[in-house]
Unconditional design. Structure first.
Length: 192
């Protein structure tokens, strides 16, 4: 198996669980960046999901011994609108599930995510954050890293270059302002 096959093997059961339970979700992070052309190797995938505590028992029942997961970690992540992870043991691939904070921007990203096919055989259909939304999400992560994460910085620069004149700059500016990273966006736009 290659990394893309491993990603699909790990992500498909998680996506199936979300779909079965009617949980809105999308792929973000480096997998979304790679999908939009800014490829880099990764052994995890970031998924944002609109989860609530009553969903936990049914969510847990969707997984077999192929996954390591922790019910207390899931409960804590939902209560704090933070992150929990599932580890697909056969591939060691990690799925980081970020519980949506339900901000206006978060709702917009969820609504704008497009259904895309992933995998060598395009076997997994999943919602993926748009390139513009991925940029804003990565700028937020960059800010949280005290603006030291070269990975986030490189991804933003590459995505902006790939989008070029096709970038929806007005949407980028509006979204950056709504989450407090407008200064970073301006900085990256001026450098590209």
């Amino acid at each position: 198996m290659n990394d893309l096959d491993d990603l699909v093997a790990a992500l498909a059961p998680v996506t199936a669980a979300f779909q079965k339970l009617g949980i809105r979700h999308y792929v973000g992070g480096s997998v979304a960046s790679s999908f939009h052309g800014a490829a880099r190797s990764t052994m995890d995938v970031d998924v944002v999901a609109e989860m609530t505590e009553p969903m936990i028992p049914e969510f847990l029942s969707c997984f077999d011994n192929d996954f390591y997961l922790s019910e207390p970690a899931i409960r804590d992540a939902i209560r704090r609108s933070s992150c929990f992870n599932l580890i697909h043991l056969p591939t060691s691939f990690k799925v980081d599930v970020f519980v949506s904070r339900q901000r206006s921007f978060d709702q917009s990203v969820m609504d704008r995510a497009t259904i895309e096919s992933l995998g060598d055989s395009h076997s997994l259909e999943i919602h993926v954050a748009t390139a513009e939304d991925t940029i804003i999400l990565k700028l937020e992560r960059y800010r949280k890293s005290n603006e030291t994460s070269d990975r986030q910085s490189d991804d933003v620069t590459r995505l902006l270059k790939l989008l070029g004149n096709a970038a929806d700059v007005e949407y980028l500016k509006e979204s950056a302002h709504s989450v407090g990273v407008q200064d970073l966006l301006e900085q990256f736009l001026s450098e590209v």
